[in-house]
Design a binder for this molecule. Structure first.
Ligand code: ZN
Length: 246
């Protein structure tokens, strides 16, 4: 089975459409590690699409605050404004869909999906030290996660934790072999708001038959997504950051 793994779409339908065009023919099922909404100007288009196409979605922190599952704590001013805007924009059906999304980790076909870390859905896994703390709570040898918007992740082999590199700038894809001697925490990267200094949209494909994860980066119409954010009178930094990928 080939799984298309998406994460952190954040209301950016233009990025999502570019990913889906690029991924065409490469997958059998779609999974999502959360944060469908927040920041971007088209939360309903993204949620409608996920409801129709994604087999398993777990909730992200933005899905929780937009649907009233959780209050906003430690959110920066732009995130607060975008959450308030998103709450107003979402249809009641889409609010309800987000409200009942399951909390990660959720197991699928021998591997898992988490939003933050396997032990805390809101925890950021950024460094090898963060990853080292997460190993014991990994429910399966391979866990996909999001939340940081940084493509790559980590693997542990013989008690040492190492980073997995993202797709280098200028390249379209990079592969990682899933071997039995290691455990993997894999971040497909963010579809709608990459923060690893590469503004291209990010995703991954996991082929369980080939035991291989392939990371991808694709160009999308950033100006179009920016103009939608500005026309919606969302905070300007949310548009500007898309161009620099941070
Ligand atoms: Zn996110």
């Amino acid at each position: 089975m080939r799984y298309l793994i998406l994460s952190d779409i954040h209301g950016n339908i233009d990025a999502l459409e570019a990913v889906m065009a690029d991924a065409e023919g490469k997958y059998d099922k779609i999974l999502c590690c959360g944060d469908l909404v927040g920041y971007g100007a088209e939360p309903n288009a993204v949620v409608d699409w996920c409801r129709a196409n994604v087999s398993v979605v777990i909730r992200g922190n933005h899905d929780k605050v937009a649907s009233g599952v959780e209050k906003m704590e430690d959110y920066n001013p732009a995130a607060v404004l975008s959450t308030m805007w998103t709450r107003k924009a979402l249809t009641p059906e889409n609010v309800e869909y987000l409200r009942v999304l399951p909390k990660g980790p959720v197991e699928v076909d021998g591997f898992s999906l988490a939003h933050g870390s396997p032990f805390d859905e809101d925890e950021y896994l950024v460094t090898v030290y963060d990853a080292a703390n997460a190993w014991e709570s990994m429910p399966t040898p391979v866990t996909f996660f999001g939340h940081t918007h940084l493509q790559g992740g980590f693997f542990i082999r013989r008690a040492s934790v190492r980073e997995i590199d993202k797709v280098p700038p200028g390249n379209h894809e990079a592969t990682v072999v899933i071997d039995d001697d290691s455990r993997f925490l894999i971040n497909p990267g963010s579809v709608g708001q990459p923060r690893d200094r590469d503004p291209r949209s990010a995703y991954a494909i996991y082929s369980t038959d080939d035991r291989m994860v392939t990371y991808y980066r694709v160009h999308y119409d950033i100006v179009k997504a920016q103009n939608k954010i500005l026309n919606a009178q969302l905070p300007e930094p949310l548009a500007l950051r898309l161009a620099v990928g941070c």
